[in-house]
Design a protein around this ligand. Structure first.
Ligand SMILES: Nc1ncnc2c1ncn2[C@@H]1O[C@H](COP(=O)(O)OP(=O)(O)OP(=O)(O)O)[C@@H](O)[C@H]1O
Length: 282
């Protein structure tokens, strides 16, 4: 099956600034793919190119088999969903009326409004005016709008930025449910925890170039320090060498019934980003 997204040697220049520089990657159908990078690294520029809002300066990008050409293709727009921020949500309309408006544009069935509100946990707020909602709820209205027509591919630019953990978790839950039903998800974030819990694979973007692309697990394993092991015994925490002598010490704690836990020294995604780029993610 052709990939959901195929990007090859993509570049975007703004005057003398290279926002994206020879970026290549593919996103398989059914994946949740995370584009991770600090502010100004080029994440939004990539989303804009893939959703037809911006023309690339060089290279190619294909979305659901069609070239992303820097113009809005109505047929393609019906197959993708885009959630960038809350803009485009009408504050003075009710939650229901906001979605009903977009349902008309997408030619989605009438019952899709209630079903979508249910899926993002807003069924009880259908008659509430948007301006009365909390920030987290507004963000869920924006998500509902992007999901309404059951897109094959969903683009999310910082979907949970500035949300409290509870609201972020609600959005994550809705995204997982959608993904289980077959929607491919491309999300940008600078939140490592979000990338790690949600994404099948992640790409690290730094100054417009990709510096790594893999599953969170493989990235962590490939950068793990295997020379030491952390042991928690009943007398405290110990770092032992990963060798014969270390094994003897661990066996000693086990024999004495004092071993509580053993951990390999895995770096966090943030640590790996710093190691690869010399920059932090925030
Ligand atoms: N329309 C534009 N004109 C000039 N420069 C731009 C334009 N859009 C983006 N840039 C520049 O391109 C670079 C990448 O910007 P982009 O918005 O893609 O980053 P980002 O990773 O999405 O950042 P953030 O996380 O802050 O949203 C930045 O240096 C930005 O200033």
């Amino acid at each position: 099956m052709e990939p959901a997204i195929a990007v090859s040697q993509l570049e975007r220049h703004f005057r003398n600034k290279k926002a994206l520089d020879r970026v290549s990657f593919e996103v398989a159908r059914g994946e949740i793919f995370g584009f991770l990078g600090p502010s100004g690294s080029g994440k939004t520029t990539m989303v804009k190119i893939l959703t037809g809002q911006l023309q690339p300066s060089a290279g190619e990008a294909f979305v659901l088999g069609k070239r992303a050409a820097g113009r809005r293709d109505p047929e393609q727009l019906r197959r993708i969903g885009i959630m960038t921020d809350n803009s485009g949500i009408y504050e003075r309309l009710t939650v229901y009326d906001n979605l009903a408006l977009f349902r008309g544009l997408y030619e989605a069935p009438e019952k899709s409004v209630a079903g979508t509100l249910e899926s993002v946990g807003l069924a009880g707020e259908a008659r509430t005016t948007v301006q009365q909602l909390s920030k987290g709820m507004k963000q869920r209205v924006a998500l509902a709008r992007a999901l309404l027509h059951k897109p094959d591919l969903l683009f999310l630019d910082e979907p949970t930025s500035a949300l409290d953990p509870m609201n972020a978790a609600r959005i994550h839950e809705a995204l997982r449910a959608l993904n289980r039903q077959g929607t491919t998800i491309f999300l940008t974030t600078h939140d490592m925890a979000e990338a790690e819990t949600l994404c099948d694979r992640i790409a690290f973007l730094n100054n417009g170039t990709l510096s790594a692309l893999d599953t969170p697990q493989r990235l962590k394993l490939s950068h793990a320090d295997r020379s030491t092991i952390t042991v928690v015994a009943s007398d405290g925490r110990h770092v032992v060498n990963n060798d014969r002598e270390g094994a003897e010490r661990i066996a000693g704690w086990m024999r004495a019934g004092q071993l509580l836990s053993i951990h390999s020294d895995e770096p966090s995604l943030g640590d790996i980003f710093v190691k690869l780029t010399g920059r932090t993610l925030s």
